[in-house]
Design a protein around this ligand. Structure first.
Ligand SMILES: Nc1ncnc2c1ncn2[C@@H]1O[C@H](COP(=O)(O)OP(=O)(O)OP(=O)(O)O)[C@@H](O)[C@H]1O
Ligand SMILES: [Mg+2]
Length: 430
């Protein structure tokens, strides 16, 4: 799904196979025809980002100036939003006094689709900016993903449900669902695909069909929860996963939870949380430690960064790659071999950040993260204006999320202004 050469845009290739969502895709595309701001709404791990990327790819022919993805999960400072968008769109020039006005002017005559992924922690800033840009640029459409609506007049909300789960009676897809004509419904298909990848030779057959269906129902069809469960297969059979998860869910998702059973967003959140906690509990201590520590990288990372930031006496550098590989096998971390980079899904990163806080390691780890990227910024400053300029530009671009996070940490920490300045220069130089 990577953007075709010569066409503007920056949609990434999809990391894994895509399942179902025919009806939802049609719904998003119809919404984009009618409304200029469309928000895909749903709890963590339900599949908003994947659906947005698919829909954006399908919508590409409608936008001569391209389809642009702006990933906001690593961004903490709302005032940086216009700059991040302008930088992602590679708009030349800048106006320090009014970055939103600059962006509005530059986009005024553009016909493009802006995909703002992960808006929930910046809803207000996203709403204000979207309103301003949509007023200034009649050819612009905005597609957002969020756990909360932007609450704007004219915003078209598309709720993203989990994947269809099988009927308790016979395991078929529920009547009226997108999976009607298929022998398996979408949650079962997703589980089977991920299970086949983690446990080669695995198929859904009459002998395990009932257990797989029970598992998909137990996990309420939430894609991320299904993926985490599928990665347990090499260690235990499906029947045991269902049994252990069910025990676990009685403890963690009793009907009297904080949100009440009727609020499905809340219930699904608890289901996913229970699945993540279960997955976390089954990790070895070193894997848990690395999971927590890697949460300081909002923008993905390479092995050298993981080693320099996360290794210490408790987690020696020469063992780190093995522990990291185990986290990749468990789908906690994803590896992109083309880019040579690792990435963690937001929901799993947030979970890791909570564990890091509990361990009292957030401060030290963020300092090491800042030191690593300040050193990278220094090297860039020394080596960039030489034969490797384009390499450095690419590198700094891929580290944008990390440079920004390191800069924010420096600005918020007394005595860290000098490194902040070096990081700011590196960000400007990209
Ligand atoms: N239709 C789908 N087909 C295949 N995989 C999917 C599908 N939907 C979601 N997934 C997988 O499930 C996981 C969670 O999906 P995604 O990241 O899109 O969720 P999200 O709603 O954006 O979560 P968050 O709120 O944390 O950003 C990912 O690993 C994704 O690849
Ligand atoms: Mg997402």
């Amino acid at each position: 799904m990577a953007s075709s050469p010569g066409r503007p845009g920056n949609l990434p290739a999809e990391p894994t196979s895509f399942v179902g969502r025919r009806a939802e895709l049609d719904q998003v595309l119809r919404a984009l025809e009618r409304a200029r701001l469309v928000t895909l709404l749903g709890p963590g791990g339900v599949g908003k980002t994947r659906l947005a990327l698919r829909a954006a790819d399908r919508a590409r022919p409608l936008f001569p100036d391209g389809v642009w993805l702006v990933e906001l999960s690593g961004l903490r400072a709302p005032e940086s939003l216009p700059c991040v968008i302008a930088e992602t769109l590679r708009l030349p020039g800048r106006r320090v006094d009014d970055p939103a006005g600059f962006l509005a002017d530059r986009l005024a005559a553009s016909e493009l689709l802006l995909v703002l992924d992960t808006c929930e922690h910046l809803v207000h800033a996203c709403a204000m900016l979207a309103e301003r840009l949509l007023t200034a640029a009649p050819g612009l459409r905005v597609l957002t993903t969020s756990r909360e609506s932007l609450n704007l007049v004219g915003e078209h909300l598309v709720p993203v449900p989990p994947l269809a789960v099988p009927c308790p009676r016979d395991g078929t897809a529920p009547t009226g669902s997108a999976g009607d004509a298929a022998p398996l419904c979408d949650s079962v298909t997703l589980f089977a695909e991920r299970a086949g990848a983690s446990s080669p030779g695995f198929t859904v057959a009459p002998g395990n069909h009932a257990a797989v269906c029970a598992l998909c129902r137990r996990l309420e069809g939430i894609p991320l929860a299904l993926e985490l469960a599928a990665d347990r297969l090499p260690a235990m059979p499906v029947e045991e996963i269902v049994e252990r998860l069910s025990d676990r869910f009685h403890v963690l998702t009793g009907a009297d939870g904080p949100y009440g059973a009727s609020w499905t967003g809340g219930r699904r959140h608890r289901t996913l949380r229970a699945a993540i906690t279960w997955s976390h509990d089954l990790c070895m201590p070193a894997e848990r430690m690395l999971w927590a520590r890697l949460s300081v990288f909002p923008g993905g990372f390479d092995l050298a960064a993981a080693e320099s930031v996360c290794a210490d006496g408790d987690l020696p550098a020469d063992e780190l790659v093995d522990v990291l590989t185990m986290l990749v096998d468990k789908s906690v971390v994803r590896f992109d071999p083309g880019a040579g980079r690792y990435q963690m899904l937001d929901t799993l990163r947030e979970y890791g950040a909570e564990r890091l806080d509990e361990a009292g390691e957030t401060g030290p780890l963020r300092r090491r993260h800042r030191d690593h990227y300040a050193a990278l910024a220094d090297r860039a400053a020394r080596e960039r204006l030489g034969p490797h300029e384009s390499c450095w530009t690419r590198r700094l671009r891929s580290e944008e999320g990390n440079l920004r996070a390191a800069l924010e940490w420096s600005l918020a920490t007394p005595g860290a202004k000098a490194s902040g300045l070096r990081l700011a220069v590196a960000l400007l130089d990209r």
